[in-house]
Each structure stands twice: as structure tokens, then as C-alpha cells.
Design a protein. Structure first.
Length: 107
């Protein structure tokens, strides 16, 4: 999806370490915007996150930002995920836990 991913100080440190960069280097290379309130965002590629590979995998998965960790990445349209959450009246994080439990059962 188009847009930006907001990153905290902890996210930046973790991503910089993961990419073998210093914090300043990481910010120079990857932070595109600092909001008026001081929040930082990582640079987008054309339509997607700069860390999304051509085969649609996260290239910084182990160090991905906190916001990404709470995002359900099912192989479906995004609207479907939120439709599910709305239908079941469950927070997305709980749906994610249920999905993991279901995957364990299927394995
Ligand atoms: S999970 Fe990875 S590719 Fe997806 S938005 Fe987050 S950092 Fe970018």
C-alpha cells in the first residue's frame, strides 16, 4: 500500500542495527519525513514501503517497526482483514493470535 510507516526511537535503533548502520546513517538514508510533532516516518518506495521486496516479503522482518508487528498480514485484501475484525468485534492483535493458534492446529 502507499503511505508511510511511522517509526519510534526504538524502531530506528533496531532497524539501524539490523542494517549495520549508525542511527544517523539510517535516518539520512531511510527517514523521509519528520512531522511537526517530531514523529519520524520511513521513506516509501513508489507505492509501497521501501523495505518490501519484489516478492512481497519484508526485507527487515526481524527488525520491523512496532506498527508493522501489530498489523495482520494475511494473503487477502486489507479490507478483508478489517472486515473480519469488525464482524467478530475483535481487535486486530487478537485476530493475529487466533490466526497463529489456527496455523499451529493445521501444522
Ligand atoms: S512489515 Fe516491512 S515491508 Fe511491511 S511496512 Fe513494515 S517495514 Fe515495510
Amino acid at each position: 500500500m502507499a503511505g508511510y510507516v511511522e517509526v519510534s526511537r526504538h524502531d530506528i535503533r533496531r532497524l539501524a542495527r539490523h542494517l549495520d548502520l549508525g542511527v544517523a546513517q539510517f535516518e539520512e538514508k531511510h527517514i523521509v519525513e519528520v512531522t511537526r510533532s517530531g514523529r519520524k516516518r520511513i521513506k516509501s518506495a513508489h507505492d509501497t514501503c521501501q523495505f518490501l521486496s519484489a516478492d512481497r516479503a519484508c526485507t527487515v522482518y526481524e527488525a520491523r517497526p512496532k506498527d508493522c508487528r501489530g498489523y495482520v498480514c494475511w494473503d487477502q485484501d486489507d479490507t478483508t482483514v478489517y472486515d473480519y475484525a469488525k464482524f467478530f468485534l475483535l481487535p486486530v492483535a487478537k485476530l493475529r493470535r487466533l490466526e497463529h493458534e489456527e496455523n499451529k492446529i493445521d501444522a
